[in-house]
Structure formats: structure tokens, C-alpha cells
Design a protein around this ligand. Structure first.
Ligand SMILES: CC(C)(COP(=O)(O)OP(=O)(O)OC[C@H]1O[C@@H](n2cnc3c(N)ncnc32)[C@H](O)[C@@H]1OP(=O)(O)O)[C@@H](O)C(=O)NCCC(=O)NCCS
Length: 384
């Protein structure tokens, strides 16, 4: 029987399985997908190339890259019956709930739904990657009372997503900012939502079921939901002048500050560096410098105040600067976590295929802390 001494709370630092997808060194802030450093990928690559890398384990040739781009573009259109169902969803529904439910629904129109071969799972991964982006953008338009956009056949994944949401082609800086955000969020080893996907896949359930588990897990504010909370916090603070008192108040009350700290990184989250840069660039282009300046000040004050109190230093994580980036891209705050899923689908699907390729049912033990197993059963009529 499992004992209390063997419990690792939150499974922190427990190695739960093998993977050749994501290298993560939390002490030194190193992150690589399939051996390629995240800094190189963020600066030189694009989301479609990263999808190929995650799914196939190597960078694509030009021909392979063009073929995948064409397949992703061809998979963007949602079935008309599916769009009709989206139309019936009340506009007030939180978009992350809409995504959780409709991702599951997608399998009804997927010709490979129950097919478990690697080829079928690759085809489903491509469809899910394109269609999750289309769902998020389409529901956004429908709830604003606008007609859904017909997807572009030529724009990049990032560009098409912004086009389908806003109804106009994005400028080059916005498209690149979206692309970089998608690259940076694409995978992150055995994070909570990816682990949820792997647990579901390990029962040999289908890919759509595994991804539905992932979306539900991403939703929580301690995981993907943090980016929405960051934006709400920035709005609450309102002005760089209020940062000092806000941070001191939070730390005095021992409350968590969203977008800071990480279960693995003990130093700066390497993804935050690129998002900070993107936030600054968008601030220059849009002229809306407030959110970037507020964010920078918040980061400085938190690090200083934690040190002054002799507490473990916490750094900005991926969710912190993605909030101001998404905001300046015109994405509504309650769509930030769905946008996280628009990217993380690449990693989720890669992990599920990796799980299928070398599967073992994931079934840990719990440490029992309930009453002794010798309770006398009293019939209900004698219980008063
Ligand atoms: C992500 C998170 C759950 C990781 O938690 P964890 O690995 O359990 O880290 P701990 O909670 O043990 O944190 C270590 C210390 O930093 C503090 N800390 C961690 N994150 C903090 C935060 N966001 N704000 C204030 N203090 C924080 C803890 O209180 C603890 O302090 P102590 O040592 O003085 O008790 C946590 O940092 C958090 O809740 N962050 C906010 C939510 C968020 O941004 N999530 C997205 C992650 S990508």
C-alpha cells in the first residue's frame, strides 16, 4: 500500500514518463523542442515549421513545409452543421467553455475519428490544429453578432487566425507577434494539460477525447487561465504609479500574483523574454505603451519586493507578457486561454502520438487517509 511518506504533493519533479519532445532545464532556464533551442525557434522559425518538428521529430524540408502549410490551410473550414451548432451557443458563454465542449464535438465530422493508426492520428492532428483556431475565431465573431469569415487559403496559421477573428488581414508586426506567441506556447513537456492528454490517451481512448481532457485542464487559473487573470490585474492596477502599493498589498496578504512563478523554472522563463520583446514592439506600433510599461514596472517591483522580504524570487512566466501582447492584438481577455489552446494543440497531439507509440496505462496510487476499512455497515432503516 502507498504510504504518506511516499506522497509527492502535486507530483512535483516526479518523472512520469519518457519523451523526446521537449527539453526543459528549470534551473538554467533552457527550453528546446526536439533539441532545437526555443530562442532560435522564436527568432527564426514559424508555427507551421514547429508543428512539423513536434509531429515528425525533424525540421521539414521546403517541400515538406509547403505540403504541411497546404494541408493546414485546407483543413480550416468548419463543417456547416458544426457552424450551425456554434450559432446556437448563447453569446454570453465563456469562450473557454465553448472550446472545451466543441473540441469534443469535432470528432462527429472527422472521417478518422476512431482510427488509431499513426497516419490517421497525424491527419487528425492537422485538422484539430486548424479547426481549433477556426472555432475560437468563429465563436468570437458570432458572439459579436458578426458573420464568420471564410478562412484564407494563403495566409499563415497566425495570420489566418487574426484574419478570421478581426475580418481583416493583420499587419506584418501583428502577424509575427501572433506567430511567435504560437511558437512559444506550442509545447512544454509534462505540464498539467499535456499530462491530462497523455493519461486519457494511455487508456487507448481516441485523440479527440485526449485533447478534450487537455482543454479542460488548461482552463484553470493555475495553468492556462493565468493569462486572463494577468490582464484583469493590469486593468485593476490601471497606472504604473499604482504598482508599488498593489504588489506590497498582495505580498503582505500572501496572495499569488498571476503570471509569476513556475512549477519548474527557478530562473527567468525563456519564453517570457520573447513575449516581453513582442509586447514592446506592439506598444511602439500601436502607440498604446501603457500595458507594456505597467508590465515592466510590475516585474521590477515584484522581484525587488520578494528579495527585500527574503522570499524565494519569482519571475515572470509565459502568461505574463502574453497578456499585453494578446490585448494589443485586439484579442478580448476571455479569449486569451482559448488562444493558448490554439498553440498548445501542436504539443498535445505530438504527446498523444508519442504516448500511443509506447503505451502503458497511467494508473498511480493514492495515499489513503480515510477511516479504517472496518466500519460496521448499519442498514439504512436503522440509521435514524
Ligand atoms: C505556477 C505555480 C502554481 C507554481 O507553484 P509552485 O511550484 O507550487 O511554487 P510554490 O507555490 O512552491 O512557490 C514557491 C514560493 O514562491 C511563492 N510564489 C510562487 N508563485 C507566486 C506568485 N505568483 N505570487 C506570489 N508568490 C508566489 C510561493 O508563495 C512560495 O513562497 P514561500 O517559499 O515564501 O512559501 C505558482 O507559481 C502560481 O500559482 N503562479 C501564479 C499562476 C500562474 O501564473 N500560472 C501560470 C504558470 S505558467
Amino acid at each position: 500500500m502507498a504510504t504518506a511518506s511516499s506522497v509527492v504533493e502535486g507530483l512535483r519533479d516526479v518523472i512520469a514518463g519518457n519523451s523526446s519532445l521537449c527539453y526543459l532545464d528549470g534551473e538554467n532556464g533552457v527550453l528546446a523542442y526536439r533539441g532545437y533551442n526555443i530562442h532560435d525557434l522564436a527568432e527564426k522559425s514559424n508555427f507551421e515549421e514547429v508543428c512539423y518538428l513536434l509531429w515528425h521529430g525533424k525540421l521539414p524540408t521546403q517541400r515538406e513545409w509547403a505540403a504541411l502549410k497546404a494541408q493546414l490551410a485546407a483543413a480550416r473550414t468548419l463543417h456547416a452543421d458544426f457552424v450551425d451548432l456554434l450559432r446556437k451557443i448563447p453569446a454570453k458563454m465563456p469562450p473557454m467553455e465553448v472550446l472545451r465542449t466543441t473540441v469534443s464535438l469535432l470528432s462527429f465530422w472527422d472521417p478518422d475519428a476512431e482510427e488509431m493508426s499513426r497516419e490517421a492520428n497525424l491527419r487528425k492532428s492537422i485538422r484539430l490544429t486548424s479547426q481549433i483556431a477556426s472555432i475560437v475565431a468563429t465563436f468570437e465573431r458570432l458572439r459579436r453578432g458578426e458573420e464568420p469569415m471564410t478562412p484564407s487559403a494563403t495566409l499563415s496559421h497566425a495570420g489566418n487566425f487574426l484574419y478570421m477573428m478581426h475580418g481583416r488581414e493583420p499587419d506584418a508586426v501583428s502577424e509575427r507577434a501572433m506567430d511567435v506567441a504560437l511558437i512559444l506556447h506550442a509545447d512544454h513537456e509534462y505540464n498539467a494539460s499535456t499530462f491530462a492528454c497523455r493519461v486519457t490517451a494511455a487508456t487507448l481512448s481516441d485523440l479527440h477525447s485526449a485533447i478534450t481532457s487537455g482543454v479542460g485542464t488548461l482552463k484553470g487559473p493555475l495553468h492556462g487561465g493565468a493569462n486572463e487573470q494577468v490582464m484583469k490585474m493590469l486593468e485593476e492596477i490601471g497606472d504604473p504609479e499604482n504598482v508599488e502599493s498593489y504588489v506590497k498589498g498582495k505580498l503582505d496578504r500572501h496572495e499569488k500574483i498571476m503570471g509569476f512563478g513556475h512549477a519548474v523554472y527557478r530562473t527567468t522563463d525563456p519564453r517570457a523574454l520573447h513575449l516581453r520583446r513582442m509586447s514592446e514592439k506592439l506598444a511602439e506600433v500601436t502607440g498604446e505603451r501603457k500595458w507594456y510599461e505597467l508590465s515592466v514596472k510590475l516585474e521590477e517591483v515584484i522581484e525587488r519586493e520578494m528579495a527585500a522580504r527574503g522570499r524565494t524570487t519569482i519571475h515572470a512566466n509565459v502568461d505574463f507578457y502574453s497578456a499585453s501582447v494578446y490585448h494589443m492584438l485586439g484579442i478580448p481577455t476571455d479569449q486569451f486561454t482559448p488562444v493558448f489552446a490554439v498553440s498548445r494543440i501542436a504539443g498535445w497531439t505530438a504527446h498523444v502520438m508519442e504516448q500511443y507509440a509506447d503505451n502503458k496505462l497511467i494508473r498511480p496510487r493514492g495515499n489513503y487517509v480515510g477511516p479504517l476499512p472496518d466500519q460496521p455497515y448499519v442498514p439504512i432503516e436503522d440509521r435514524g
